[in-house]
Design a protein around this ligand. Sequence first.
Ligand code: BG6
Length: 278
Amino acid sequence: MIQHKQLQNGFKYMEINNVYASAKIALQGAHIWAYTPKDKSDLLWVSEASYFEEGKTIRGGIPVCFPWFGKHATDASLPQHGFARTSLWKLVKEVVQADGSTLVRLELRETAQSLKLWPYKFTLTLDVHIADSLSITMSIKNADEKAFEVGTALHTYLHISDVEDVNIDGLQNTSYFDALTQSTQIQKDPLQIDKEIDRVYTVSNRVSMSDKHHTINIEPQGSNTLVVWNPWKKKSASMGDMTKDGYKTMLCLETANAREDVRVVKPQETHVMGVIYR
Ligand code: BG6
């Protein structure tokens, strides 16, 4: 079943319930903010203090970062992580498949406003497949006459038992850029976290994250970077949309095209990136 709903303030979203899972997707940002497989715990974390308002990103779920990741390379006044996550997308497809799973396609194109921030015509498509796994595919078509460079992320906030329980396997022997120390390092062992972390790993293989309750496999496509982020106590306290202890039960593992992995897309070409969580 697919239902179209809105909050009292007019914030629009879709609620999907099928034999495999339930999910919620906001039209602003094509933002998946809940995915719960049947008889399992929530995959995604959402801050209890998150905004659900026009023009403000949801703190949690899966923000879509586009057309740049992080701060804009040359103009710090431009919105962090681009404009896709606060733009209103168009729903172009909602299909219940023969096997009972659900496919939702949302689309974003350039507007007069986006052209002021980023002077290119594009078609950005997000395909979300809700089954016993959650599969997300982002297609970036260059609809302009000149090539563009694009940075992206599916900035996923995973819901975890406690950040200090977490063990991340699959990053061993990869290099990472540590944004906190501005240095490049090598990851030797499976990753465990006991303080603020903000790193861009160079990795294209499957990574798995285990906590006390479950193991989540993260299978990327068209991405050679995975961002690992947790703001920890001090930084969270400076963020208006985090509660005091919120950081403990979240970890961002973001399938990305960041830093050296930004992509050049030529006119009429399409770059496809995505991720499957199982
Ligand atoms: C991460 C970045 O992807 O997103 C961090 O690596 C950043 O540096 C974090 O702080 C959250 O960003 P925002 O804009 O959603 O607060």
